[in-house]
Design a protein around this ligand. Structure first.
Ligand SMILES: *Cc1c(COP(=O)(O)O)cnc(C)c1O
Length: 500
């Protein structure tokens, strides 16, 4: 059926033309109704999806942690077409072969690269429910219940940090966006003009996540001065050096603005001395942002609380529920001590939104973030918290902290292994010093051999020009037996290579 554009031009009102118009509408309705499958078809599809998901779970233990793309499957995605409907079985097979079984298996208990998490099952159900009901969670008037849930979660996160009443934030797609929103809020709070950007100073360390510098570029502040403050032997920012640097910068007519502290660096899991930094921020009237994208939810444990003490005196905190709260990807959060800073940066009046101002008993996400129409992402965080309660999360995080200590103790028993430092949280960076040859070459080849083997997956980093393997424990599925398997795999592959 072809849409007849001539209907746009004919003079309406004539009986005959109206008849043709209705006939055409009726024809189109039959086809467009295909977009709303009836109950029977929905049930068939649901069953097929559940079977697919269960077979995924059944194979989880035997799946490799890294799988190269099958050359035979490579071109199938490019060659597929959207012109005609495909049978669901074929589509699910395509998902299995081309998506589920390639690349890093981030749901595996043996995935130790980058920052794991795993992806909690109730979050998937939450996404499903949220997508079906499709509430407009950007605005309170439009979806009061959805926004209340989001604000409740933000309140819970604020309490976890120890922020006073009056703080708020938003659930973001991830930590990078949360960091960017924090930078915008801090910029607006200081009321900077673009002509001064080149004099503004930001203090961080060489281990600060690259998303901060990327965010500065995105928000048009690439001229700002980045000061890499020296770190101590634990890779934490040296507070006394920061203090001196701020003084020096002021004397030179520059404008100290922002301290970025990491509550868990991605490279080595080190934690900056937040308490000391908060005093310096206060004395100098600087904004203190804490990037806790990796480590944030260790605040649920006593160890984390102690390590991050002073975090309640910061101005903003980035958290990533898709890391240390094990959610599927697409879940970050920014919490700001004073919600009016966020509002000042992001609230915008619009004629088409006036009706929404008739009920404003709660803050609306659209007034606190760059987004308007958005994923109702609160549901995927709320549902697991409802179904599990917080205690299993606390146990899992404590377990990961202890597993990291266990791994450290065991790996340092291998004589050729050099470890960066005892893990503060759950990341251990290490390298193998071979009997002969260049250590960097050896370790580059070692990580490739380990990941080709596929039983476990590790990623790497460079510290002072040296190549290190990183062992990050954070999947909720990772337990003692997985860490033992990793230790054996690393030892076996490294020693075989070294003896060659
Ligand atoms: C992962 C990470 C980020 C970026 O977060 P995304 O969710 O990947 O966008 C920022 N900071 C730290 C410390 C991280 O570990």
């Amino acid at each position: 059926m072809v849409y007849k554009s001539e209907f746009h031009h004919v003079v309406l009102g004539s009986e005959a033309v109206m008849h043709l118009l209705i006939e055409e509408i009726n024809k189109l309705e039959i086809e467009s109704r295909l977009l709303d499958p009836p109950k029977g078809l929905r049930n068939d599809w649901n069953k097929a999806v559940v079977a697919h998901v269960e077979s995924f779970f059944d194979s989880l233990e035997t799946q490799k942690a890294y799988q190269y793309e099958d050359p035979l499957q490579k071109n199938r995605i490019d060659q597929s077409s959207f012109e005609n409907p495909a049978p669901f079985e074929d589509v699910l097979l395509q998902i299995k072969h081309q998506i589920d079984n390639t690349g890093i298996n981030t749901t595996s208990s043996r995935y130790f690269g980058f920052i794991p998490g795993g992806g909690l099952y109730p979050s998937a159900l939450g996404d499903y429910i949220a997508a079906v009901s499709n509430r407009f969670s950007g605005n309170f008037y439009c979806a009061p219940g959805a926004v209340r849930i989001e604000n409740k979660l933000l309140h819970w996160l604020s309490e976890l940090i120890g922020y006073p009443k009056g703080s708020s934030g938003n659930l973001t797609p991830g930590g990078s966006i949360a960091n960017m929103v924090a930078l915008i809020s801090a910029r607006e709070s200081f009321k900077f003009k673009a002509k001064d950007f080149h004099k503004i100073v930001i203090y961080l360390t060489q281990h600060t996540h690259f998303s901060v510098e990327k965010a500065l570029k995105i928000i048009g502040m690439r001229e700002a001065i980045l000061r890499d403050v020296a770190v101590d032997e634990h890779y934490s920012m040296r507070a006394e050096i920061l203090k001196e640097q701020i003084k020096k910068d002021r004397e030179e007519g520059l404008i100290p603005w922002l301290i970025i502290a990491s509550a868990g660096t991605t490279d080595v899991g080190s934690v900056d001395p937040i308490d000391k930094l908060s005093v310096i921020a206060e004395e100098n009237a600087l904004w203190l942002h804490i990037d806790a994208a990796y480590g944030g939810f260790f605040m649920l444990t006593e160890i984390g609380k102690k390590l991050f003490s002073g975090i309640e005196k910061s101005h903003s905190v980035t958290l990533d529920p898709h890391k240390s709260l094990f959610l599927p990807y697409g879940s970050g959060a920014l919490i700001v001590r004073d919600h009016s800073k966020l509002q000042a940066a992001f609230s915008q009046k619009a004629n088409c939104m006036e009706i929404c101002e008739t009920i404003v008993s709660e803050l609306s996400p659209c007034d606190l973030s760059p987004e308007l129409t958005r994923h109702f992402r609160a549901m995927r965080l709320w549902l697991p918290l409802q179904l599990f309660g917080v205690n299993p999360f606390r146990a899992a995080l404590n377990e990961k902290l202890l597993l990291a200590q266990y791994f450290f103790e065991k790996i340092t028993q291998i004589p050729q292994i050099q470890v960066v430092s005892r893990p503060a949280l759950s990341i251990v960076a290490f390298r193998y010093l071979p009997k002969k040859g260049d250590p960097n070459r050896f370790n580059e080849a070692l990580i490739k051999a380990i990941n080709d083997d596929g039983r476990i997956y590790l990623s790497s980093t460079k510290i002072n020009g040296n190549f290190y393997l990183r062992f990050a424990i954070l999947s909720f599925r990772t337990h003692l037996q997985d860490v033992d398997l990793a230790l054996n795999t690393i030892r076996e592959i490294a020693q075989t290579k070294d003896n060659k």
